[in-house]
Design a protein around this ligand. Sequence first.
Ligand code: AMP
Length: 283
Amino acid sequence: MKIVTTPDEIQSIALAKRRQGQTIGLVPTMGYFHEGHLALMREARRRADCVITTLFVNPMQFGPTEDLDNYPHNFGRDTALAESVGVDFLYAPTNAAMYNDEFSSTVHVEGLTSGLCGAARLGHFDGVTTVVAKLFNQTLPHIAVFGQKDFQQLAVIRRMTSDLDFPIEIIAHPIVREESGLAMSSRNTYLKEEEMGAALSLSQAIAGAKAIAANPSSTSNTIKKNVRELIEKHAECTIDYVEIVNALSLEPCDTIDADSIILLAVKINKRIRLIDNSLLLDT
Ligand code: AMP
């Protein structure tokens, strides 16, 4: 596996691979790899001749009071893990290489970005779409793999890819969980032992929501109320949002159907923001 740090070099590599007739699979990440990231890389490995994983903690998608400065990192470990799943290029540009002093462009997706994490983290999705558009242009992939853990992000990126005519197939990978049910996240490393019960309440509340949703007479309001009650039993938890929306439009839905998805964002002890989601009806 080769490590690349500049946009020019990764783009020349991508152009050369394309000229050789190879397909390129991209997995954008912010590093501190766990099994969720590795599953995405394996998926790209299965689908493309050449796999590029990007590791860039994008300052543009963090708010002023968020955890940019202490976002977890371990480049040596990440390098070994990416190599172990067959990644060909680990592309880790510096901030200066991505955003020079004159940088002044933003990619903005309307609508899908206004609720959920977009309402709680102002400007976050502009940062995401801008950096992903740049990474698409730098790495010229045929496919790009994203996790359903960041469900709204996936929807926004699909919209951007279609709106801006990127000739890239977006692949969604299901959420990878710990045995306990906790959705894997780089931020889980911040959790203290005594905060685990609170962190687990997200996946437990989702399991409860699915059990209620299996009853055809259940409504969004009853399900959301039950979820809030379960999570708020843990004094460490502050709910950012509990929403049930249509998985395509991200518009709130009152009644439950096959496209209804529950999405949660919860802060643990005001320090660690966790998200989780699931379709409510098993198909
Ligand atoms: P991040 O490094 O957190 O920006 O995540 C990079 C990619 O990995 C995104 O597409 C995430 O949705 C995906 N991802 C993160 N955690 C998980 C998980 N537990 N299961 C599946 N995908 C994940």
